[in-house]
Design a protein around this ligand. Structure first.
Ligand code: ASP
Length: 356
């Protein structure tokens, strides 16, 4: 019936013939209204133009990234992987793919690398296990998917996307999430897959340091991507192993919509990295959106203001953010943040340190 009402006069004529006169005026009214109505949840700005610029930004975590800690070779390795990830995402946008696909693709490249704290390179919990979190959000529909406490799924971002697309929920955790992944034949791995000597040594070090000095910075990191596609749709995604030596069962900001990830075509798409507890309390990603939506701030000012606020609370971290015109902001208050952008003019930039 709705389909008939939403389509042509032809169908309407058909309907008029088969129903009584009282209903005719109601049907006419409904069909006129349907001409003016927007398609359900996709009532956000954008999504209707095919001439939008395309742009993408990714991050691989923020922290005490000082030049002295990098050999030239290691710096190249990180930058090469960031380049591979951003180009994988950008190629999708260039071929007319969606921002969601681009975000997912770029994050998969980073998850598959042992260099970043997500997927393969995930850090260890205090129990010596790996528990992964991820989320993804569509700025057109405001639909989102998230997972937490994942132990056996190779690419948690794919599972987050699956939950968004194929379930009535936003977040699934632990065993339930993994069963859902199995139903959809997502690639499963043993916990050994996530073992890397580097992350194991970080756990050993953190346990020693934590016992002596509770203020010691422990190894963390996260990966994320935000993108704008040619239809004017924004998307954001984030994936992480969380914090080294985190308590078993701890959930960070990365899978929390509004904290570590947020996207809305009306304003921006954001992915964060840093001390998750602060990002959750300050609703960092949503705050950037809100200052634009209600305060009229532009992307750069909004993102900078929110990172200043994070500093005032003694929290550390950064964000990558993109608006519906393709402007990009990447503020952070740490010594560095692995980051790469391809802006609306096609210019690529790949950086690690603050002074770059
Ligand atoms: N935000 C992540 C978490 O708290 C860690 C990070 O981004 O460094 O789980």
């Amino acid at each position: 019936m709705t389909k008939f009402l939403n389509t042509h006069g032809q169908h309407l004529t058909f309907l008029v013939k088969i129903i009584n006169k009282k209903s005719i005026s109601l049907i006419l009214l409904l069909s006129i209204l349907s001409l003016f109505s927007s398609p359900g949840l996709s009532a956000q700005a954008g999504g209707d133009s095919t001439n939008s610029p395309i742009a993408i930004a990714i991050h691989g975590g923020a922290g005490t990234l000082e030049r002295s800690k990098f050999t030239p070779q290691l710096e190249i390795e990180y930058k090469e992987k960031l380049k591979e990830a951003i180009q994988a995402g950008y190629n999708i946008l260039k071929q007319g793919g969606t921002s969601l696909e681009a975000v997912e693709r770029a994050i998969v490249v980073l998850e598959d690398s042992p260099l970043f704290n997500a997927g393969k390179g995930a850090v260890f919990t205090s129990d010596g296990t790996n528990e992964l979190d991820a989320s993804i959000m569509d700025g057109q529909t405001l639909q989102a998917g998230a997972v937490s406490g994942i132990k056996h799924i190779k690419n948690p971002i794919k599972l987050a996307r699956l939950i968004k697309d194929e379930s009535p929920h936003v977040m699934l955790i632990g065993a339930g999430a993994e069963e859902f992944a199995a139903l959809h034949s997502l690639e499963r791995v043993s916990q050994f897959y996530f073992y890397t000597e580097r992350r194991w040594q970080s756990l050993v070090k953190a346990k020693g340091k934590m016992a002596k000095d509770k203020t010691t910075e422990i190894e963390k990191g996260t990966v994320g991507a935000v993108a704008l596609d040619k239809n004017g749709n924004l998307a954001a995604g984030t994936s992480t192993g969380g914090l080294t030596n985190k308590l078993y069962g701890r959930v960070g900001d990365s899978p929390i919509i509004g904290a570590g990830t947020y996207a809305n075509n009306k304003t921006c798409a954001v992915s964060g990295t840093g001390q998750g507890e602060f990002f959750m309390r300050l609703a960092i990603a949503y705050d950037i959106h809100a200052r634009m939506a209600y305060g009229g701030l532009d992307l750069e000012l909004s993102a900078n203001t929110v990172i200043d606020k994070l500093s005032k609370f003694n929290g550390t971290g950064g964000v990558i953010a993109i608006d519906s015109k393709g402007n990009i902001a990447t503020p952070f208050n740490t010594k560095g943040m692995y980051r790469a952008t391809i802006d609306k003019n096609g210019n690529q930039s790949i950086k690690i340190f603050k002074d770059e």
